[in-house]
Ligand binder design. Structure first.
Ligand code: CAA
Length: 257
């Protein structure tokens, strides 16, 4: 990988986007590498949670690469847009929770990567925004679809049409960031959340994420139907049996070797 640093620490896969001279802005290559890295980590049994962050203390990701987009025609932009959307779908559909450790600017495509993650934790200096309209664009990697679902349509309308940037505290207030912590505590906070998740049944965690994903954009009846089938299917696994039995036997469950 040219632009990513990859680590595996105690069941957690950490992806650090590392293009500091462009504030981790994403060109074609970065997009492809992220899609590949997340897919690879999903396939590794010993990884249960993935954390995505940016290198340095200034930026998570300052957006899609504006210099590359400046050279694109509509066909090129369609290809670039689809590749970016595909990357966000790989993240969103991951059966392993993906946590965004937002360590600075999360603008445009950077904010959109965080929106596709299941949990967002921000450092105090983080800045979120969808400034595409300032460039005569719209968010092209899912921002128009996911932001309203996370913060509500009214606030998404304002953020996207003004293109304004908001500080971490405001992002927290509107539900965009789950937590705001000092920068030097960011990775530890994300790892603590990951460790809590790792204690739980991996099939149950994956099924929860899948049901939550399905709840968005489907009717409540469809969502409930899907949920109950998935709930009942878990009873066919040894995992549910172990979790239920462990509770009854007043001992911690053992879900992993
Ligand atoms: N693309 C390419 N290069 C970028 C970039 C981007 N998105 N963001 C920053 N950079 C580069 C700068 O060009 C600069 O490089 P040079 O020194 O070679 O000129 C370097 O990173 C440092 O940036 P600044 O000097 O601008 O740093 P700053 O501290 O003054 O400002 C900033 C920081 C406010 C984040 C500013 O860089 C900025 O506004 N960046 C653009 C943010 C943006 O508009 N993002 C959305 C892109 S569109 C998009 O993402 C579309 C989509 O939905 C897919």
């Amino acid at each position: 990988m040219e632009y990513l640093l990859l680590e595996k620490i105690d069941g957690i896969g950490v992806i650090t986007i590392n293009r500091p001279d462009a504030l981790n802005a994403m060109n074609d290559r970065v997009v492809t590498e992220i899609s590949t890295a997340v897919s690879n980590m999903i396939a590794v049994d010993s990884i249960g949670v993935i954390i995505i962050t940016g290198s340095g203390e200034k930026a998570f990701v300052a957006g899609a690469d504006i210099k590359a987009m400046q050279q694109m025609d509509a066909d090129g932009a369609l290809k670039f847009g689809k590749a970016g959307q595909n990357m966000t779908l790989v993240i969103e559909n991951s059966p392993k929770p993906v946590i965004a450790a937002v360590n600075g600017f999360a603008l445009g495509g950077g904010c959109e990567i965080s929106l596709a993650c299941h949990i967002r934790v921000a450092s105090e200096n983080a800045v979120f925004g969808q400034p595409e309209v300032l460039l005569g664009l719209i968010p092209g990697w899912g921002g128009t679809q996911r932001l309203p679902k996370i913060v509500g349509t009214g606030i998404a309308n304002e953020l996207i049409t003004t293109g304004k940037q908001i500080a971490a505290e405001e992002a927290h207030k509107i539900g965009l960031a789950n937590h705001v912590v000092p920068q030097d505590e960011l990775m530890d906070t994300c790892k603590k959340i990951a460790q809590q998740i790792l204690k739980n049944g991996p099939n149950a965690v994956a099924a929860s994420l899948e049901c939550i994903n399905k709840s968005v954009g489907t009717s409540i009846v469809e969502g409930l139907n899907h949920e109950v089938k998935s709930f009942s299917r878990l009873f066919e696994t040894g995992e549910a049996k172990e979790g239920l039995t462990a509770f009854v036997e007043k001992r911690p469950p053992i879900f992993r070797d």
